[in-house]
Design a protein around this ligand. Structure first.
Ligand SMILES: Cc1cc2nc3c(=O)[nH]c(=O)nc-3n(C[C@H](O)[C@H](O)[C@H](O)COP(=O)(O)O)c2cc1C
Length: 435
């Protein structure tokens, strides 16, 4: 790799989780009903490993929403944010088919009991030789909370307060077996050393658990914690716990400010800010020729306009705000939300049409063009922001798009010496900390 250039990290965001992908897209594959099988996502993980990505993150939510028009009709009809199968069943298939890439599974603190979550993430770390990550979400949608017996979601900031305690407990459970507890010594007739296994006796405000975990320490000890809080309280939470943060910012200046804020807060928690890798959501469009890439960009906007109900329903689910009640062409008021607060703030002052048209793209820089051109722009953004990398989102999610990124864009980035060409390590944390 060339010296003097800032290396950055790449990860992939599987939006719509383990759900239907590209079912009405011309490049969606011969049998859209196959989405229930892990094949496409396994093939994604293999392609991204070929491109030496740090990790693939599987998004999740576990309800059929009804926020938009107070009805589940739009969600069911167009497969908006549902249906979704369980990502923790998908993850082992991806792990089994790869050997270096990290697999990050979304698991919600309001939905999982902490002991179950500690056990599950520990198991995933064992079976993957230390390539497992936990996308730590608190849940946001009332419908989701109601599936788990609550009347509605806990208040936004309280969810993070509860999650603070939750992580403390989970980490104690992960630590409850010493690294050398499992001796498997036939001569001493000892499988594990009882002195090296410790109950945790955790008594918190919200959670209790006796411990120890019913499984030995995993290769990473602590599976990597990934987090996405963007609100003031969410950022403080992320600065305290996250090892990689997935962030959505509308402009390059906002990316830079976000990163600086997280790093400053991390220092306040006594952490090394370089140990937190902040990856920004982008949706590049690359093609062989500049004009065909722009034509596809325009087609993507036209598609969003045509299927606006899909996008409005998605925006409603995320924020808990019913966007059918707002004029499509009038700027939205200053919004607040008990769901994704930072997203509600991103929408404030813009018209729904504008939000539908831009999707998750940056507003000030367009990542559209030939692989080489887009690679150049991505490196310039990272130079400006200061680090640490990008989280690619799948606007089309087809094998064609995966190939364009893994075999088109990434080689162009590698040629510039700004991303890795091979893995130096097996475990996810080691790869994240490599630069
Ligand atoms: C890139 C990205 C991916 C996310 N993935 C999920 C997810 O899979 N499941 C989920 O419940 N929330 C997900 N979230 C939401 C966050 O966990 C968090 O609730 C949201 O960013 C709002 O945080 P805030 O209220 O602190 O602003 C995601 C957010 C971002 C930016």
């Amino acid at each position: 790799m060339k010296s003097g250039k800032r290396l950055f990290h790449l990860a992939w965001f599987v939006s719509k989780g383990y759900g239907p992908k590209g079912w009405r897209n011309n490049w969606g594959g011969p049998n859209p009903a196959n989405w229930v099988k892990p094949d496409l996502l396994v093939s994604l993980a293999q392609s991204l490993e070929r491109a030496a990505f740090d990790y693939v993150m599987i998004e999740d939510s576990s309800n059929v929403p009804y926020t938009y028009k107070n009805s589940h009709d739009t969600y069911v009809r167009y497969a908006v944010d549902s249906p979704k199968l369980d990502p923790s069943v998908l993850a082992p298939f991806m792990m089994q088919a790869t050997s270096r890439i990290g697999i990050v599974t979304t698991l919600s603190t309001t939905e999982y009991n902490p002991f179950m979550l500690a056990r599950l993430t520990n198991t995933l770390d064992h079976v993957s030789d230390g390539r497992s990550g936990w996308n730590l979400v608190t849940g946001s949608n009332d419908g989701g909370a109601q599936n788990y017996g609550l009347e509605k979601q806990y208040p936004h900031d309280q969810r993070y307060e509860m999650a603070d305690e939750y992580v403390e407990l989970v980490q104690k459970l992960w630590d409850s077996w010493d690294a050398d507890a499992m001796v498997i010594d036939r001569e001493r007739d000892m499988f594990a050393d009882p002195e090296k296994v410790h109950p945790v006796h955790f008594e918190g405000k919200y959670y209790r658990s006796r411990g120890p975990l019913s499984a030995p320490r995993s290769p990473q000890g602590h599976p990597v914690i990934c987090q996405a809080g963007g609100s003031p309280r969410g950022r403080t939470f992320a600065a305290r716990w996250a090892e990689t943060i997935i962030a959505q910012s509308g402009t390059v200046a906002a990316m830079k400010a976000f990163r600086e804020d997280i790093r400053a807060q991390a220092i306040g928690f006594g952490r090394n800010p370089d140990a937190i890798k902040i990856l920004f959501l982008v949706a590049p469009i690359v093609d062989e020729f500049e004009d065909t890439a722009w034509a596809r960009h325009e087609a993507r906007i036209a598609e969003a306009e045509t299927n606006r109900e899909f996008y409005l329903a998605n925006m409603s689910r995320i924020t808990g705000i019913d966007f059918s009640k707002y004029d499509y062409d009038q700027p939205l008021p200053d919004l607040t939300s008990n769901g994704h607060l930072s997203v509600a703030k991103l929408y404030s002052g813009r018209t729904p049409r504008e939000i539908v048209r831009t999707g998750r793209s940056l507003r000030d820089v367009q990542l559209v063009g030939t692989p080489d051109k887009v690679a150049g722009t991505m490196s310039e953004i990272i130079e400006e922001v200061g680090g640490d990398g990008f989280l690619i989102i799948d606007p089309e999610f087809t094998r064609r798009y995966i190939c364009e990124i893994a075999d088109g864009l990434v080689p162009a980035l590698q040629k510039r010496g700004v991303v890795r060409t091979h893995y130096d390590h097996v475990m996810l944390r080691d790869n994240l900390l490599a630069f």
